[in-house]
Design a protein around this ligand. Structure first.
Ligand SMILES: [Zn+2]
Length: 529
């Protein structure tokens, strides 16, 4: 049997940073690198040390951390034309990064050599050879990225092949064929790898962009045609349409094609890694992402849920827990009793004929008629279930809140809020000033509660969405508010509120969020002064 061992190379912190609206602080980058190491990703590309001070600082700081599995790599290009590699700023910056691995990128498309580098074919080959040799002499693990390889090979295969041979002869540890413009399809990728004389070359890798929506498919085609290293990013974020999404590529390679990778044993952590990186990037996770999205194993119709109760494989392509995700039974009027039974199973064994099941279906139908929707607000549904089962403890008794928005000419508008409530027989008051009503209510609640319930400081609101339910009623229309909250451990939950008054709908979702956390996760109990 052919060797099915592969290496996974992550470029979330380098190519991934080129993505639209993706930014990480230095601290975020260091934390992501540690999480990637915990995931047993083989290589972590930390950035381009020459590009700016933040990137250079990353390499100074990352040296102080220990990595149990991953090889940390710096990224840079081959020496400049007409110079010496050992005095070249590109090559020196790679060495100064002091990482065990380096990724050196060079040209492999003849047109780029002439039109972009402005040099000739032979000098480009010398630039590649010299740079790799210097880096190897300094003891680095050298990965050679061949920029625009596929476009170059399709136009002038003999030159692109010479670039591969030059990299091999100079001692590169891997030759990574890059589809830099992302314009090639899997059939081309398969054909190109198959045509290369692999026995005469260093091990081949692949780096694919998603401009045709096929970066993962191209990566899989490359593997099946003999590549042994694939580069990609967590969640697929990267330049333009992104890079190969490792959250999709890795489970496909391991679970569907039977490849082996060090990160295979950590596969059940994939979903939490995906969400961790989303959190750091402050990007709302794509619910429909294969394998790791919240919709990936969600089922709506009652009939689906009925079949699932009989045998999982009839309705799901893999067991969600293999990638650390979980099955979600979506709630709606369509859903049958078995959905509610499944939801209740967290609290004990129930059957369709139990009173509580009938009661919950009644409550659900009534709430849905009022405009509530629990498919994207499971935490609010969980509170309904807890109330029905008498397993609910209110965090506080709210007596009233008061909000006042004001705007003086030439100053930004402000909202002042006060909340009065009772907890454990004591009156509490919270006050805050914020920009909008939701922010102000949230801040006033925290003002009153954090001294008594320190866990609240771990919760943050990460998303707030408003939907108008009956727009024909214009300004008297009912609105539905969804709030997504997260805690410092990366857990996330959604709550819903509905009202004609947007402030009241928001307030309802906000209180549900805290009550859900309090009932579900919080370990601290009420702390008196
Ligand atoms: Zn790239």
């Amino acid at each position: 049997m052919a060797d099915k061992r592969i290496e996974v190379f992550d470029t979330t912190l380098r190519d991934g940073m080129q993505g639209l609206e993706i930014n990480y602080t230095l601290e975020d980058k260091l934390q992501i690198a540690q999480e990637l190491d915990a995931m047993k990703i083989d290589y972590i590309e930390g950035g381009f040390p020459l590009s700016n001070e933040k990137e250079a600082a990353f390499f100074r700081e990352v040296r102080k951390l220990s990595f149990s599995h991953a090889t940390v790599c710096a990224f840079g290009s081959t020496r400049r034309a007409g110079g010496r590699a050992d005095h070249d700023p590109n090559v020196t910056a790679l060495l100064d990064a002091q990482t065990p691995g380096v990724v050196v990128v060079g040209k492999s498309w003849r047109a780029h050599v002439e039109k972009v580098l402005g040099t000739d074919e032979e000098e480009n080959l010398r630039m590649i050879a010299d740079s790799i040799e210097v880096l190897k002499k300094e003891g680095r693990h050298v990965i050679f990225d061949l920029e625009h390889f596929f476009d170059g090979y399709l136009e002038h295969p003999e030159y692109s092949l010479r670039v591969l041979e030059t990299g091999t002869d100079a001692g590169a540890d891997a030759l990574v064929l890059c589809d830099t413009n992302g314009g090639n399809l899997p059939s081309v990728v398969s054909r190109v790898y198959a045509e290369l004389p692999r026995d005469r070359l260093a091990p081949l890798g692949g780096h694919f962009h998603n401009d045709c929506g096929t970066a993962v498919a191209n990566s899989l085609a490359a593997l099946e045609a003999g590549a042994v290293q694939i580069q990609g990013t967590i969640n697929g974020w990267g330049e333009r349409c992104g890079n190969a999404n490792l959250c999709v590529f890795v489970p496909n390679a391991i679970l569907k094609l039977g490849y082996e990778a060090a990160c295979g044993e950590r596969l059940p952590h994939l979903t939490s890694l995906s969400r961790f990186v989303s959190e750091k990037a402050n990007v709302i996770p794509d619910k429909r992402q294969p394998y790791v999205g919240t919709a990936a194993f969600s089922h709506k119709a009652g009939q689906h849920a009925d079949v699932l109760a009989k045998a999982d494989y009839l309705m799901e392509h893999i067991d969600a827990s293999l990638v650390g995700n979980e099955r979600k039974i979506l709630l709606s009027e369509l859903a049958g009793k078995s959905t509610v039974v499944e939801k209740l199973s967290k609290y004990g064994i129930f059957t369709k004929n139990d009173e509580v099941v009938k009661e919950l279906i009644g409550v659900l139908k009534e709430k849905e008629r009022d405009g509530y929707e629990y498919e994207a607000a499971e935490a609010s549904f969980d509170l309904l279930v807890r109330r029905a089962l008498n397993r609910y403890e209110p965090i506080v008794r709210i007596r009233n809140y008061h909000l006042e928005s004001y705007k003086a000419y030439e100053t930004p508008s402000k909202t002042v809020g006060r909340i009065f409530m009772q907890a454990h027989g004591r009156d509490l008051m919270g006050a805050a000033v914020g920009v909008g009503p939701v922010e102000t209510l949230d801040a006033a609640l925290r003002d009153a509660l954090v001294p008594h319930y320190p866990f609240i400081s771990k919760i943050s609101l990460t998303d707030y969405r408003v939907r108008v339910l009956n727009p024909e009623r214009a300004s008297a229309a009912k609105v539905r508010v969804f709030i997504t909250s997260t805690d410092h451990e990366g857990r996330s939950w959604d709550t819903v509120g509905v009202n004609e008054n947007i402030v009241e709908a928001s307030w309802e979702a906000l209180v549900d969020s805290l009550e859900y956390y309090y009932n579900e996760f919080a370990e601290d109990t009420y702390a008196p002064d």
